[in-house]
Design a protein around this ligand. Structure first.
Ligand code: CO
Ligand code: ZN
Length: 332
């Protein structure tokens, strides 16, 4: 699974440009799904199982896209001005490297900084691709890039760009491969454009029309020096979302997840995230409403090029997901 995580995190896929990452996911799952389709926005939707009397139609969603940048202007000297696609924090950008979809690497520089405590906005930054003039720069306005940073292991901890949300893409792929018997009709959705406002999951949820929905995504932690106050820490198990700023999880779904984790003796944490949202919001609000929740992977430094997860949380999340899907579900 670790080599799969490496491949998934290192493949570029900014919002709206998920073609490369979708091909990789497709190659992984094609022999394990009963039916696969790609909808008009680019969501990859794989069905496993058919609905039995006791089964439900379930939608699982992990997003394929990652935060990125887009060129807005190329100046006479060949420097590229850019803006964000998704939640790029200016403080993580200077000195970082990006790679455009055609493979062109770039370095992010800043205009002269007045105070070293003040982070300039992205509009005061530029990308240097080594060009010496506009003519020499073969990047065009509208070209997109992602941050570049290889995966590193530190014991159980794994660090890379795009752990959000490729770590969950890896978990969904493994779940699809490992799930043998289920009474349910399960749609494994590898969604697009989550980082710009859960756009892919919106159309996918409408198309799938699920009876229960779960997103799998990363969440923040409260376990770093003078960090945010939050009861989630790395290595203490996957988190069961109770609330974030986009959704209040259905209490019946939370209860089902908690009881399943307890029964299977899988460690878990309860998550209340004050800022942030996931594909679960789009699922919950589709059509006339769907009971929805979210299985979260604790992650430090979210939306930085060095997002850190703990592999034991990843394994426990996979085990919890498999436990949730194998038996009939009664939401009380
Ligand atoms: Co994100
Ligand atoms: Zn995410």
């Amino acid at each position: 699974m670790k080599s799969l995580i490496n491949k998934l995190t290192q493949t570029p896929g900014p919002p709206g440009y998920e073609g490369q990452i979708r091909q990789i996911v497709l190659a992984e799952i094609k022999d394990y799904a009963d039916e696969i389709r790609v909808d008009n926005l680019g969501n990859l939707i794989a069905r496993k199982g058919s609905k039995s009397d006791k089964g439900k139609r379930i939608m699982l969603a992990a997003h394929m896209d990652e935060i990125g940048v887009i060129a807005t202007h190329i100046d006479e000297d060949g420097f590229i001005r850019f803006t964000n696609i998704g939640g790029v924090f200016p403080r993580y950008a200077p000195g970082g490297r990006v790679r455009f979809l055609d493979g062109t690497p770039g370095v992010i520089g800043t205009e002269k900084i007045e105070s070293s405590y003040k982070v300039p906005p992205l509009s005061k930054m530029y990308i240097d691709v080594g060009a010496s003039s506009q003519k020499d720069c073969h990047i065009n306005v509208g070209d997109v890039a992602v941050f570049e940073r290889p995966l590193t292991e530190m014991g159980d901890r794994m660090v890379s760009k795009a752990m959000d949300d490729r770590i969950s893409v890896a978990i969904l792929i493994e779940a699809l491969k490992k799930l043998k018997q289920t009474p349910h009709e399960i749609y494994f959705v590898f969604s697009v454009q989550e980082e710009v406002g859960v756009r892919g999951a919106t159309t996918a949820a409408f198309g799938v029309d699920p009876e229960i929905g779960l997103a799998i995504d990363v969440t923040r932690t409260g376990d770093t020096p003078k960090g945010i106050t939050m009861e989630v820490s790395l290595g203490s198990g996957p988190a069961i979302k109770v609330k974030d700023s986009g959704m209040i999880s259905d209490p019946r779904v939370v209860d089902w997840m908690v009881k399943t984790a307890q029964k299977a003796k899988i460690p878990y944490q309860l998550e209340v995230l004050e800022r942030g949202g996931t594909d679960a919001r789009a699922i919950q609000l589709t059509r006339s409403g769907v009971p929805a929740g979210c299985l979260s992977i604790p992650c430090r430094y979210v939306h930085s090029p060095s997002e850190m997860v703990d592999f034991t949380d990843v394994e426990n999340a996979l085990n919890l997901l498999l436990a949730l899907l194998k038996d009939p579900i009664v939401l009380l």
